[in-house]
Design a protein around this ligand. Structure first.
Ligand SMILES: Cc1cc2nc3c(=O)[nH]c(=O)nc-3n(C[C@H](O)[C@H](O)[C@H](O)COP(=O)(O)OP(=O)(O)OC[C@H]3O[C@@H](n4cnc5c(N)ncnc54)[C@H](O)[C@@H]3O)c2cc1C
Length: 387
């Protein structure tokens, strides 16, 4: 008798099949041999990519000295032969010192690059691999699934607690789908680099990365995957502020600075924000810019009001708590442009709207549209485990 169901039943999702939802996207299909070792002899701390056109291979370090090797299989290669111990040990011998290590797991996986053509059927939602399948090169499959859960969980909670508009939950797919596909596309592009078609391309790729490795900013850019597209929404439960797409903060995660309260105690912003929409007043004098009536209006609509001063101003509490941005994340040009603004944060900490503090009244209706803390219409079921 559940009101909603989230089908996170994996890449072969029986729920997706039962609903007749198709997978669409790229025709990419590849088989890779995955070898997990109990204890590696390889002391290299980072991921290694062997751009060998004959047998592309990636090896990834894990905790407690484990290591994973991924070898691409050719179209005609038989799965039984590929998982044969001698075959696997010969492959390992070509890429490092791990030929004789103990195996934890040897398996062939088939990777796809596809999206479910719709992520919702009535009150059933697809999430994780059931909704999107990616090759592993960017290491983002599970991360995308976590982002799905982060996006959908608070919306379902609102839908259970309050009367939300009929299309409220549609925003889940509207917001998540483009980024899930961006991550899949990134993995495909990384795969092209990791799997050069011939010896010349392999040589050029290796040479290019050797040169880039000599220049620390370029090395860090690649090592820390700064080219990875950050999640951001252009459509969904948000109200664009008319700024250029490149600079607007609406639709992006609010920065996570270390903040300081009036007693100089420090914390991370997330830890202090309550689990409800928040109107964040980013101003040199947050305690002075809102009337009591305005604060009452915003809180009655369901938001908490919190103040934030830039790094150079000491905070003073008013009718609400005010903090100082110690780590200067709000002083970066893109954020500092919002000094003197009220930011409306959703429960998942994405910025849904931004208005000059003088126009903060405009946010009241938008807070209501995001849900917020309201009385329960019906008690939530309580699950207890037998002791
Ligand atoms: C070799 C390899 C390397 C990877 N590397 C990375 C990486 O580095 N980083 C990363 O982020 N991701 C990586 N991934 C991807 C990541 O593992 C998946 O994206 C992630 O596990 C998907 O999680 P999920 O919960 O959606 O699906 P799954 O992990 O597949 O879980 C689905 C679960 O649903 C259960 N289930 C199915 N049907 C039913 C049913 N009818 N009733 C109840 N339960 C059911 C299944 O038993 C399973 O436990 C990798 C994947 C592979 C194969």
């Amino acid at each position: 008798h559940a009101r909603y169901m989230v089908a996170c039943d994996g890449g072969r999702s029986p729920t997706r099949s039962k609903l007749g939802i198709q997978l669409v996207g790229s025709t990419f299909v590849e088989r890779w041999l995955i070898v997990d070792l109990v204890r590696t002899e390889n002391r290299f701390r980072h991921t290694q990519v062997h751009c060998d056109p004959a047998r592309p291979c990636i090896s990834l370090p894990g905790p407690d000295n484990i290591r994973r090797y991924e070898f691409m299989l050719r179209a005609g290669e038989d799965e039984k032969i590929a998982t044969d111990e001698t075959f696997v040990r010969n492959l390992l011998a070509r890429v490092g010192p791990d030929r004789d290590c103990e195996f934890r797991r040897v398996r062939v996986y088939t990777f796809h690059a596809r999206l479910a053509d719709r992520w919702r059927d009535g009150n059933i939602f697809l999430a994780g691999d059931a909704a999107h399948l990616t090759p592993p090169f960017a290491g983002q499959g599970m991360n995308s699934g976590l982002r799905d859960a982060h996006n959908l969980a608070w919306k379902l909670s609102e839908a259970l607690h309050a009367t939300t508009p009929a299309d409220f939950l549609d925003s889940y797919e509207v917001e998540r789908r483009p980024h899930a596909w961006e991550m899949i596309s990134l993995a495909l592009r990384m795969g092209q680099v990791m799997m050069p078609e011939n010896a010349t391309k392999a040589f050029l790729t290796r040479a290019a990365f050797r040169v880039l490795g000599l220049y620390p900013p370029a090395r860090d850019y690649f090592a820390q995957m700064r080219y990875k597209p950050k999640p951001r929404f252009r459509k969904g439960l948000l109200w664009p502020d008319g700024r250029n797409d490149k600079v607007t903060m609406v639709g992006r995660l609010v920065p996570q600075p270390v903040i300081e309260d009036t007693s100089r105690d420090r914390s991370l912003l997330d830890r202090l924000l309550p689990d409800r929409p928040v109107v964040l007043i980013f101003d040199e004098f947050p305690d002075q810019v809102l009337s009591k009536d305005m604060i009452d209006t915003l809180t009655a609509a369901g938001a908490a009001v919190v103040g934030m001063t830039p790094e150079w101003m000491n905070p003073v509490d008013g009718a609400f708590a005010v903090y100082r941005d110690v780590s200067r994340l709000f002083s970066a040009p893109q954020m500092q442009a919002y000094l003197g603004h009220a930011l409306l944060l959703r429960r998942d900490r994405y910025i849904a709207a931004a208005v000059p503090v003088g126009q903060v009244a405009e946010l009241a209706q938008r807070i209501t549209a995001l849900g917020g803390e309201r009385p329960l219409t019906a008690p939530l079921p309580v699950f207890a485990t037998a002791s």
